[in-house]
Design a binder for this molecule. Sequence first.
Ligand SMILES: [Zn+2]
Length: 236
Amino acid sequence: MQLAPGVHRLGDDRVAFLLVVDDDGLTLVDAGLPGSRRDLRRALRALDRAEADIRGVVLTHGDADHIGFAEALRAEHGIPVYVHEADAARTRGDQKAPPTATPPWRMGAALGFVGTMLAKGGRTRRLGEVRTVVDGDVLPLPGSPVVVGMPGHSPGSIAVHLPEHRVVAVGDALTTRHVLTGDTTPQLAPFTDDLADADASLTRLAAVDADIVVPGHGIVWRGTPRALVDAIRAAR
Ligand SMILES: [Zn+2]
């Protein structure tokens, strides 16, 4: 799905990630599940590009359903993988996510998510090496991604803002489709480490100047981050 000229959303509403395309090469924002690499390859074929054209992978955070095939790209092509310094240990598997209370779930939606995990899963390879980023960094990659610190879901969660394209990818800082209930009310994502931090991060997101917001799970929001944050707060 092309969201804007040069920005494609790959995967689906269950597990999504972004591909940015320009004349200098490609940038990936998140890397889905291990089997999501098939989605990437299909998109690259359609664009007449190759994996080796990818200049970097930016991870919104260090959870397995976002790391996906990143290590394979790094190991096979030497593609650098960027992650916030506070999630670096999580991406390398040195540190597990702290336990969170079991969120509510509904059978159909939960089975759908588990089905996606099984279809595209397999063992996620942890990162052998990462480049760390902090809030405010502008990365030297196609699309000039800007790092917006969004601690809460995990300490090193970030939003990745593509100012030229007016798109922002938010990972699991929020969701428009709860993976376990199927609820499409915009809300904080399940398995969030720190709800108070996550809510404060929404205030930061509201200040980002963009027209399209892409969650890691759920439908694309075609509107400003501020309108989305207002919708989350109004739905409580
Ligand atoms: Zn996720």
